[in-house]
Design a protein around this ligand. Structure first.
Ligand code: ARG
Length: 460
């Protein structure tokens, strides 16, 4: 075979236009699969030798050549050529250069269609495991920060209006719950992806007596895929990855958005160390939380990639089409983006300080313990909750008119609305309010402490 000619140069004698060669080539993207491709080729070759499909001597030369190519790529000494389209053909071409005609045995009983999806599945599996490690690190960072803020009281919000006092740790642990679900989504994908497509060949399977169970096992899959047509068509695993990444990015974006709000002068709940801040080119005083904004903004990239992949698949007739070539760029990009967002989230958490006084002061504004008084009337006076709610709302109207807090009301004033004998400061205290929420999953410090221990145990 001539050196610089494509595999199909007999059939397509003219060669491609320069434009199409550039546009149709995926080497700049899929070279990232070289390790997976070489591994799968080596395993495939072992199987071909074992099954006596190719001569052992040629097979061993192939394996040696492939290992040499891997080193060349590792050391940046490999010349990737657009003309050979993708990583698979670049490697095959180089193999011919190194070992000559024996290289021609490698592509026995396989096609790039099953080859690419095998490589890609291995990559997605490992990258999923990688993301899970980053998620664990983020969870760990949040637990550390929570531990120091169990007694930090802040206003919980609904509609961004002060709602009820909560522990800052409890607030943070809400994100731990989201991240644990994200982890489960990624873990679930690893179960679904665990079938090896290699040996499905172009789409029909092959007449060679291959051993698909052998290659599946050697490549770390549980079993071979059942249907050769599905095998080369399926990109569910890519969609699952992109979907889990999009959901995870959405959670990170909400956390980032909270931090941006909490870091504003208007709120002043948290501050970040300079490590994760930038200044302004015109305003000398500024310290901006850019990483949080990047996390929020880049969620769009994770969403977009999922949407692109779903749309690529939507009208595709069954089996392989070139449309599928763009799958890798989307998944690689989502992986890179999410990994960076996780890294930034970890750094933000580690470099966050809570301004506890500001939080507490804000928790005392907006009559955040009005519900506690309604609850008290319902529990202690046995009023129907609606009656307690009504009385408490009257009390809020009165205090609002007088421009004072509920705990600044006198006994006499309260008795005008309802006859009760209460310790007023205690009744309306935000810390007491927080600690009264002892229901399972509630914000009392007792609960929060227990939950942190549980999360730590689960992480191990
Ligand atoms: N570079 C191709 C891809 O990523 C490999 C599969 C090519 N198969 C084909 N029949 N053209 O999808």
């Amino acid at each position: 075979m001539k050196k610089n000619r494509t595999v199909w140069s007999n059939r397509l004698s003219k060669g491609n236009s320069k434009n199409f060669q550039r546009i149709g080539s995926s080497i700049n993207v899929d070279k990232r699969l070289y390790k997976e491709d070489i591994l799968a080729s080596i395993v495939h070759t072992h199987m071909l030798i074992k099954q006596k499909i190719i001569p052992k001597k040629d097979g061993l030369r192939i394996i040696k050549g492939l290992k040499k190519i891997e080193k060349e790529i590792d050391k940046n000494k490999f010349k990737f050529k657009e003309q050979f389209e993708d990583i698979h053909q670049n490697i095959e071409k180089r193999l011919f250069q190194i070992i000559g005609e024996s290289a021609g045995f490698l592509h026995t009983a396989r096609s790039r269609n099953d080859q690419v999806v095998t490589d890609f599945k291995i990559w997605v599996k490992h990258s999923t495991e990688d993301i899970i490690k980053f998620l664990d690190n983020l969870i760990r960072s949040i637990l550390n920060k929570s531990e120091n803020n169990i007694n930090t009281v802040m206003p919980g919000f609904t509609h961004l209006k002060n709602a009820q006092p909560v522990s800052f740790a409890h607030y943070l642990l809400a994100y731990v719950e989201m991240l644990i679900r994200d982890k489960k989504r990624f873990l679930n994908n690893i179960i679904l992806i665990d079938e090896c497509p290699l040996g499905s060949a172009a789409l029909a399977g092959t007449a060679f007596k291959i051993d698909r169970k052998f290659t599946a096992k050697k490549l770390g899959f549980k079993k071979p895929t059942n249907n050769s047509i599905d095998s080369v068509s399926d990109r569910d695993f890519a969609i699952d990855f992109l979907s889990a990444a999009a959901t995870c990015a959405m959670h990170l974006s909400r956390l980032a958005e909270d931090f941006i709000i909490f870091n504003s002068e208007a709120f002043g709940f948290v501050e970040f160390r300079d490590k994760v801040l930038t200044g302004s080119s015109i305003m000398p005083q500024k310290k901006n939380p850019d990483p949080a904004e990047l996390i929020r903004g880049r969620t769009a990239i994770n969403y977009g990639n999922l949407n692109s992949m779903l749309t690529i698949m939507k009208g595709l007739p069954i089996s392989y089409y070139k449309d599928l070539q763009d799958d890798k760029e989307l998944v690689f990009d989502s992986y890179d983006t999410l990994k960076d967002s996780l890294l930034m989230a970890i750094e933000l958490i580690q470099n966050l300080n809570t301004k506890k006084n500001n939080m507490k002061q804000m928790a005392q504004k907006g009559y955040t313990t009005a519900t506690d008084f309604a609850d008290f009337l319902s529990m202690k006076k046995k009023f129907p909750f609606r009656k307690g709610y009504y009385i408490s709302s009257k009390l809020v109207n009165y205090a609002e008119k007088k421009k004072i807090r509920l705990d600044q009301l006198s006994k006499g004033e309260i008795n005008k609305f309802v006859k009760v004998d209460i310790d007023i400061p205690k009744m309306f205290d935000v810390v007491n309010s927080m600690n009264s929420k002892t229901s399972f999953g509630g914000t009392s410090t007792k609960n929060v402490k227990k939950m942190i221990i549980k999360y730590r145990k689960d992480l191990k």
